[in-house]
Design a protein around this ligand. Structure first.
Ligand SMILES: [Fe+2]
Ligand SMILES: [Fe+2]
Length: 286
């Protein structure tokens, strides 16, 4: 069945709406004079969100000595940018609401790609950490849109991709004429996300063949490389491969000059951080 992106997103949007409170908090960050006090006040309107922020601030992910007791402390200690990442992460968990094994895997994949984008960005210096992390976290949100729309036959497509170990975006393009990156970009635009995040998500499956890439292409390439590493070296999403050298052959790796001697310890760092976040997010907040 042919369906336009607009129709697909319009039909599905309500099933995965971003919590209003998260939108309100994200808008606060647009204000240059935002104070920790004001941010804490708005965050505390949502007790579950507040509890998660405290929990994550106290987790091994940050490794702070001593206990972070109040929301204001958490905001002062870990900083606004980190709070923004946590708010989006918790909201995304809502949007990814796990109802089957595939949803669970996609959520874990997304969390791992968020961590990978952040860790790799720290090495190649493409963008701000928050942009890298959020783009990684939301890069495959278009798959959720496809899957939640039960009329388009996405589950059959997923089965085909798993059975033959083929790229999902290629199957989508064949069937719909566009892929989940296009859909994700479209949705994030409707949700008024930063343009940089929209670009990185919307273009993460490009071919990256041009040599002189602009900044926005580099962000998309960062997500592409992170996606590959999570899929193929951590095995979260696709079948694992053992030869780490192949990552340097990816066109996207060349776009971001990704060249690191100790890839094994990079993969280890991504895995450790991912595990901490995954476990923290699995437990109840309060
Ligand atoms: Fe993707
Ligand atoms: Fe992905």
């Amino acid at each position: 069945m042919k369906i336009s992106i607009k129709q697909l997103v319009d039909d599905t949007k309500e099933k995965l709406s971003f919590p209003q409170i998260a939108m309100r908090i994200l808008r606060l960050f647009e204000n240059d004079d935002l104070s920790a006090y004001h941010l804490a006040k708005v965050v505390s309107l949502d007790p579950v969100l507040a509890a998660y922020i405290l929990k994550i601030a106290n987790s091994a992910y940050y490794n702070f000595p001593g206990k972070v007791k109040t929301l204001s402390d958490a905001i002062t200690i870990i900083g606004f940018e980190e709070i923004k990442k946590i708010v989006i992460m918790i909201s995304a968990k809502n949007a990814f609401k796990v109802s089957d094994e595939y949803d669970r895997l996609l959520w874990e994949h997304s969390l791992a790609v968020a961590v990978a984008s952040s860790v790799i960005n720290a090495k190649v210096n493409i963008t701000e950490d928050g942009i890298a992390y959020i783009a990684g976290l939301l890069h495959d949100i278009g798959k959720i849109v496809f899957k939640k729309n039960e009329t388009v036959g996405y589950k059959e497509l997923l089965k085909e991709a798993i059975e033959n170990d083929v790229d999902m975006h290629l199957l989508e393009e064949k069937q719909f004429g566009y892929n989940h990156a296009d859909v994700g970009g479209y949705l994030l635009e409707e949700w008024n996300f930063d343009q940089e995040i929209i670009d990185a998500v919307a273009f993460h499956h490009l071919n990256f063949t041009i040599k002189k890439a602009s900044d926005f292409l580099k962000k998309a390439a960062l997500v592409n490389v992170s996606d590959f590493i999570v899929n193929r070296f951590l095995g979260i999403g696709r079948a694992k491969i053992e030869d780490f050298g192949v990552v340097f052959e990816l066109p996207a790796s060349k776009t971001i000059d990704f060249n690191i001697s100790d890839i094994a310890s990079l993969i280890d760092e991504i895995y450790q951080k991912f595990e901490i976040l995954k476990t923290t997010m699995e437990e109840e907040a309060a």
